[in-house]
Design a protein around this ligand. Structure first.
Ligand SMILES: Cc1cc2nc3c(=O)[nH]c(=O)nc-3n(C[C@H](O)[C@H](O)[C@H](O)COP(=O)(O)OP(=O)(O)OC[C@H]3O[C@@H](n4cnc5c(N)ncnc54)[C@H](O)[C@@H]3O)c2cc1C
Length: 478
C-alpha cells in the first residue's frame, strides 16, 4: 500500500522459513479425547483487545476469535458456551513447600474485593499499577499513529522509537520491583510479589526483581483487557498474511549466510540458503530483512561483526500439555481449584505455572479436582509428571527459547577502568541495531527482532516489522 501511495512498483518478495510451517512461536496443537477434539496454543497463546494489528488481521481473514484459552473451538466452529466456561476466571498463588494458597482469587467480585482489602490494605496498589499499565499501553499505541502518514515517524534505532514514549523508556532502565517500590510509586512489596509477579511469571517466566518495569507493564496489560485467541490457532493470522501477499514462500529453507555481493553483481546482497532438497543455493537481493532472533537463528551475517550488538539471552522453557487426574495431595484440600495456578516469586518447583485448559468430565470446576483435566504447565526443567498427576492418559512436551530475559538496561554496573577505586558507571546497553548494513537507498540488511529486547509479543513484532519495512524501503530522509 505504501509503495503504491508513493507511486512505486510492488517489490518482489521472498520469504525463507527454516521450518515446515509458518508462524514460528505462534504454534498450536490439538488432542482427541473421548471423541472430542481439544485445541491448545503451544507458544504465543493470546493477545489483548488493544492489539490493533492482530485483531484487524483476524477480522480481515475471517478468522473466529474466542476468549483465551479457546480450548473448545476450532476454525469457524466456536462453541462459545464451552469456550466461555474455559476462559481464565480465577487464579491462585500456591506455595508448594507448605502446600497452601497464598492468594485465591476468582470466588466472585465481593469476596475478591474483601480479600484484596485485607491482604493488600485496600485496592490502591492495584488501581495505581493498572493506571501505570494503561499509560504504558497508550504509549505503545502511539506506534500505530505513524502508519497513518506514509512520510512521517520513521526511526532507525529502538532508542529513537522510545523517544516520545517516556514511561516505556524509563521503565526499560529499572527492574520492576525497583521501579514500583521507588518513593514516587510506593507499591507494597507483598502486592508486587503476589500480583505483579504472578503476571510476569505467567507471561515471561521472570520475577519482579529481575524483569524490567516495562516487562511488568506488558504482563499486567493482559490482566486488565480482554484476552483473545484465534479459534484453531493464532498461527493462522501469519499464514494468511503470507498467502495474501505477493510473496514467494520457501518452507524448509534455512538461511545460512548474508554477505555483500562480489563486485559487479546487480544486487548488493548474497543470501545463501540450505534448500528443502538439502542443496546450498546463493541468491542475490537488494534488501534483506531478518525477522527471527539472530542469537538463535544461526545465520552468519556480514562476517558476524554484529554478533555482540544483537546478543540477547532467551529464556529456555518447557511447556507440557497433559490429560490426567491431578494428585489429590497436590493442592490444599477443598472443593475446587483455580484455573490458573502460579508458584510464588523465585519458586520453580514443581512448575512456574499450571493452567487448566479444560475439565474433561463436565464443564464444572469442582470436577477438575477428581476428574481428568487438560492442563498446560510452564517449567524451567522437564516436568516431573508423577509430582503433579496420579494418572496420565496423554502428554506432550514442547521446548522453546521463548523470549529474551527482559533485563533492565541498567542491569550491568561496570567499572570505568580496572582501577578498584574508580567510579562505577551504569552500563546502559543499547538495544540491538535495526540497520546492520546499508549499501544505498532501499538496500541494506535490517533486523526486526531487536524489538524483543524491549518487549516480546506477537503484536509488538508486527508493529516492529511494519516500522522496519518502512525504514528499509523509504529511509529516514523524507
Ligand atoms: C511459550 C510462549 C508463550 C508466549 N506467549 C505469548 C502470548 O501469549 N502472547 C504474545 O503476544 N506473545 C507470546 N509469546 C511471544 C511471541 O511468541 C513472540 O514474541 C512472537 O511470536 C515472535 O514472533 P517473530 O515472528 O518475531 O519470531 P518467531 O515466531 O520466532 O519467528 C521466526 C521464524 O524464523 C524462522 N527461522 C529462524 N531461523 C531461521 C533461519 N536461519 N532461516 C530461515 N528461517 C529461520 C523460525 O523457524 C520461525 O518460524 C510467547 C512465546 C512463547 C514461546
Amino acid at each position: 500500500m505504501e509503495l503504491e501511495a508513493r507511486g512505486l512498483d510492488p517489490a518482489e518478495i521472498h520469504v525463507f522459513e527454516s521450518g515446515v510451517r509458518v508462524g514460528g512461536r505462534a504454534h498450536s496443537g490439538s488432542v482427541n479425547y473421548n471423541n472430542k477434539t481439544y485445541h491448545f496454543e503451544q507458544g504465543a497463546s493470546m493477545f489483548i483487545g488493544k492489539n490493533r494489528h492482530l485483531l484487524d488481521l483476524a477480522i480481515k481473514f475471517e478468522l473466529s476469535l474466542c476468549s483465551h484459552p479457546c480450548t473448545f473451538a476450532h476454525t469457524n466452529d466456536v462453541d462459545m458456551e464451552a469456550n466461555q466456561a474455559s476462559s481464565l476466571g480465577s487464579y491462585g498463588v500456591w506455595e508448594p513447600r507448605e502446600n497452601k494458597w497464598l492468594v485465591r482469587m476468582g470466588s466472585g467480585p465481593l469476596i475478591d474485593s474483601v480479600r484484596m482489602l485485607w491482604r493488600y490494605r485496600g485496592s490502591g496498589d492495584l488501581s495505581y499499577v493498572r493506571r501505570r499499565t494503561q499509560v504504558a499501553v497508550d504509549e505503545f499505541m502511539q506506534s500505530y499513529d505513524d502508519f497513518n502518514n506514509h512520510t512521517t515517524g520513521i526511526f532507525s534505532t529502538w532508542d529513537e522509537y522510545l523517544e516520545d514514549k517516556p514511561l516505556l523508556r524509563t521503565s526499560l532502565y529499572y527492574r520492576a520491583a525497583e521501579f514500583y517500590q521507588s518513593p514516587s510509586e510506593h507499591i507494597r512489596r507483598r502486592f508486587l510479589d503476589e500480583v505483579v509477579s504472578l503476571a510476569t511469571r505467567v507471561n515471561y517466566m521472570q520475577d519482579v526483581d529481575r524483569i524490567s518495569a516495562l516487562g511488568a507493564h506488558i504482563s499486567m496489560a493482559a490482566e486488565s483487557d480482554t484476552a483473545y485467541s484465534v479459534a484453531g490457532g493464532n498461527w493462522q493470522i501469519f499464514a494468511n498474511m503470507i498467502s495474501s501477499a505477493p510473496a514467494h514462500l520457501h518452507l524448509n529453507t534455512t538461511v545460512r549466510e548474508i554477505q555483500r555481493s562480489p563486485a559487479g553483481s546487480d544486487r548488493p546482497y548474497a543470501l545463501t540458503v540450505m534448500s528443502s532438497e538439502g542443496v546450498e543455493i546463493t541468491e542475490y537481493f537488494d534488501l534483506v530483512i531478518i525477522a527471527a532472533p539472530l542469537p538463535l537463528a544461526k545465520i552468519r551475517v556480514l562476517d558476524e561483526q554484529h554478533t555482540k550488538l544483537v546478543a540477547a539471552d532467551y529464556v529456555h522453557m518447557h511447556v507440557t500439555f497433559a490429560i490426567g487426574i491431578l494428585r489429590d495431595d497436590l493442592f490444599p484440600a477443598g472443593r475446587d481449584i483455580p484455573r490458573l495456578i502460579v508458584t510464588p516469586y523465585r519458586t520453580t518447583e514443581p512448575f512456574n505455572c499450571l493452567s487448566i485448559l479444560a475439565c474433561l468430565t463436565q464443564h464444572s470446576m469442582q470436577r477438575c479436582r477428581d476428574g481428568p483435566v487438560l492442563v498446560k504447565i510452564f517449567s524451567h526443567a522437564p516436568l516431573d509428571l508423577q509430582r503433579v498427576f496420579s494418572s496420565v492418559d496423554w502428554h506432550h512436551e514442547q521446548q522453546w527459547h521463548s523470549y529474551p530475559r527482559l533485563e533492565p538496561r541498567n542491569a550491568g554496573y561496570v567499572k570505568e577502568d580496572g582501577n578498584e577505586s574508580a567510579a562505577f558507571r551504569l552500563d546502559r546497553k543499547p538495544p540491538p541495531p535495526i540497520i546492520l548494513d546499508q549499501a544505498g537507498p532501499a538496500t541494506g540488511v535490517f533486523y526486526v527482532n531487536g524489538m524483543e529486547t524491549l518487549l516480546s509479543t506477537m503484536e509488538s513484532q508486527t508493529v516492529a516489522a511494519r516500522h522496519v519495512v518502512r525504514l528499509a524501503l523509504f529511509g529516514k530522509g523524507e
